[in-house]
Design a binder for this molecule. Structure first.
Ligand code: UD1
Length: 424
């Protein structure tokens, strides 16, 4: 472990609660939109300009991966400029892939551009096994020859052929990888049972801005007509709906009056409707929402692919439910093993029982500050929300998990008036 990395791993957050929040917070551009868009830079030998990349560890890892493959990168103010004219490698090594599963996004673009790719298998992950069989099986249908060897996916193709693909589950990553693979394919690729997450629309809009021909955006049937070349583009991705959901739930949990701005509230329509059913007062604005002090009651919620309740906001919802009157059942249908926040919340006095893929949350009991540990990105966001509500000091260890996905988290919460301190 290098000195800098060690320092990063030492960082803790101290939150003294209970806190009331006030004012407004500005949402960053979506990490999960920019990760596949960054990979798509590999498709073209023309310049790509991306505005306001969030300053996050996952984004830095993807940029590092691009540089390793020979992409030239430089900054011009808030714009990052990419040029993949001279690719020098077709290999994403274990060293990088192991730190970020989204590295698998380079598979589609590399095979499309270079007709070969070697990408390390992502391996186990804190929130379940997360296989990539849907990506691989459907690339094979497009004419890609796949070998799994010594922990690597080795892919070769003479030519990618457009064809009809039907996904057995609407996987977000597989939809994105196959869409990128289809851009230069011979003929038309149709993805049925495609995922419909807003980040997929964003990737399609980005690719179309370079000259790709993708239609059916936002539906479960995406059509990609192969093209011969792409052109230069400048793009800015959508606001991060999961970051927004996190601040909304932090506002509700602390019964605060805050505005969460600079994201598209239609991306959270289902979440906002569900929260309103609990009694949450949320006014929808053009570029965000206004959260008002609310008295919450329990309802049952389960996660589902978009437009359903996002698995990435499930942990935060468990913390919010601790502040509602009554018993809430939160069911996780997307990932196994995604309740790692629960034992940590129990350390703070929470009354939660796990039964299969459900958390049974008893709300309305006081939480008390305690030393707790981040385990994965969204589980950590749940700890922040609980700490804001708890009486006394909560020291949150392993904050680097949060830095994978929440830009300027402590500064944004401090800006809302939370009593939060970074301990180096
Ligand atoms: C993306 C998001 C992640 C979010 C998830 C679900 C990014 C970078 N990450 O992850 O934050 O939690 O969508 O909204 O955008 N599966 C298979 N085989 C496959 C692919 C997936 O069985 O080939 C399963 C997974 O194990 C999981 C489920 O499908 O149980 C959903 O995975 P998927 O939609 O692919 O999520 P990711 O793209 O990994």
């Amino acid at each position: 472990m290098g000195h800098k990395e060690k320092e990063l791993k030492m960082k803790k957050l101290k939150i003294t609660g209970p806190c009331k929040l006030s004012g407004e917070v500005h949402i960053s551009r979506a990490k999960n939109a920019y990760l596949p868009i960054l990979a798509a830079v590999l498709l073209t030998d023309k310049e790509v300009r991306l505005r306001n990349l969030p300053d996050l560890r996952d984004i830095k890892t993807m940029v590092k991966l691009l540089k390793n493959l020979g992409v030239e990168v430089h900054e011009e103010g808030e714009t990052t400029v990419f040029n993949a004219k001279n690719l020098s490698s077709h290999e994403a090594t274990y060293e990088l892939v192991k730190t970020m599963r989204a590295s698998i996004f380079v598979l589609g673009p590399l095979i499309s551009r270079l007709k070969k790719a070697k990408v390390s298998l992502p391996g186990g992950c804190a929130i379940g096994t997360r296989p990539i069989d849907i990506h691989l099986k459907n690339l094979e249908k497009m004419g890609v020859h796949i070998d799994l060897n010594s922990g690597y996916v080795q892919a070769n193709a003479e030519e990618l052929k457009g064809t009809r693909l039907a996904l057995n589950f609407p996987s977000v990553g597989a939809t994105e990888n196959l869409m990128m693979a289809g851009v230069f394919a011979d003929g038309t690729t149709i993805i049925e049972n495609a995922a419909k997450e807003p980040e997929i629309d964003d990737l399609a809009n980005f690719l179309n801005s370079m000259g790709a021909k993708i239609s059916g955006i936002g539906t479960s049937k995406i059509t990609i007509e192969g093209v011969k070349e792409l052109f230069e583009t400048e793009y800015e991705s959508i606001g991060d709906r999961i970051e927004a959901a996190t601040y909304i739930m932090a506002g509700l949990a602390t019964s605060s009056d805050i505005k969460v701005l600079k994201f598209d509230p239609t991306h959270l329509e289902f979440v906002i409707d569900k929260l309103k059913e609990t009694g949450a007062q949320i006014d929808v604005l053009e570029n965000g929402v206004h959260v008002k002090p609310s008295k919450l009651k329990s309802i049952n919620i389960e996660t589902a692919p978009y437009p359903g309740f996002p698995t990435d906001a499930q942990a935060q919802l468990v913390s919010l439910s601790l502040m509602s009157e009554g018993t809430t059942i939160v069911k996780e249908n997307i990932f196994e093993n995604r309740f790692m926040h629960v034992p940590e919340l129990i350390r703070m006095g929470a009354n939660i029982n796990l039964s299969g893929n459900a958390a049974i949350v008893e709300g309305g009991h006081e939480l008390k500050g305690a030393p707790v540990m981040c385990t994965d990105l969204r589980a950590s966001a749940a700890l922040i929300i609980a700490a804001l509500c708890a009486k006394g000091e909560t020291i949150i260890d392993r904050v680097y998990h949060l830095e994978r996905g929440y830009e300027k988290l402590s500064a944004k919460f401090a800006g809302l008036g939370a009593n939060v301190e970074v301990i180096e």
